[in-house]
Ligand binder design. Structure first.
Ligand code: ATP
Ligand code: MG
Length: 190
């Protein structure tokens, strides 16, 4: 499978669909949010730095993220394709990803954009707060994350459009439908 960049607002289902894609196509998976939460849990220096940003709904600085991403990518088996979940989130990260892959003679593959209305997103995240207890899933921080998404991340959709790899999937009320649409598209790729 080619590389896949899964893109969307907080709560849009990036992690959920990534897991399903990994199960079906057997590729690697990098969730930058999961990497950071593991660092926090292990009490590392990086975790301590990251926690301040995450709890405040802000992005971790680009230089730090780009470094983490490259290290994680190089730790995965080559040649099976990787799904990037939660990265890139800024234009600088997208440029760095493109360059990092080009240096390894790999390419970005395809970008899958998940479009979900904000009321649905808020309901999902508040529900996840009850189920998983993530520190950043409270109403105040969620609103900050939405603002960060609109200001810093959403403009990237146009960047991917220009790269010619943007493929948009819009929530119509069912996970099964969404998944069927995504799989139908991925099945057309080599
Ligand atoms: P969901 O996983 O439901 O889509 P989300 O996108 O808010 O929600 P994560 O991707 O897990 O959640 O990210 C959680 C937090 O980790 C972000 O709010 C941010 O602080 C930090 N983070 C994760 N990825 C990046 C990144 N690429 N650049 C900067 N900060 C990041
Ligand atoms: Mg996630």
């Amino acid at each position: 499978m080619k590389n896949i960049i899964i893109f969307g607002a907080p709560g849009s289902g990036k992690g959920t669909y990534s897991d399903e894609i990994v199960e079906k196509y057997g590729m690697g998976h990098i969730s930058t949010g999961d990497v950071l939460r593991a660092e926090i849990k292990n009490g590392t220096e990086l975790g301590k730095t990251a926690k301040g940003y995450i709890d405040n709904g802000q992005l971790i600085p680009d230089e730090l993220m780009i470094d983490i991403l490259a290290k994680t990518y190089d730790s995965l088996p080559a040649g099976k394709g990787v799904i990037f979940d939660g990265f890139p989130r800024t234009i600088a990260q997208a440029e760095a990803l493109k360059q990092m892959l080009a240096e390894r003679k790999h390419d970005m593959g395809v970008m899958i954009e998940l479009v979900v209305d904000e009321d649905t997103l808020m309901k999902r995240l508040l529900n996840r707060a009850i189920e998983q207890g993530r520190a950043d899933d409270n109403e105040e921080t969620i609103k900050k994350r939405f603002a960060v998404y609109h200001n810093q991340t959403e403009p990237l959709a146009a960047w991917f459009q220009k790269e010619g790899i943007r493929h948009t999937f819009t929530w119509e009320g069912s996970k099964e439908q969404m998944l069927a649409n995504i799989f139908a598209f991925l099945d057309t790729l080599k």
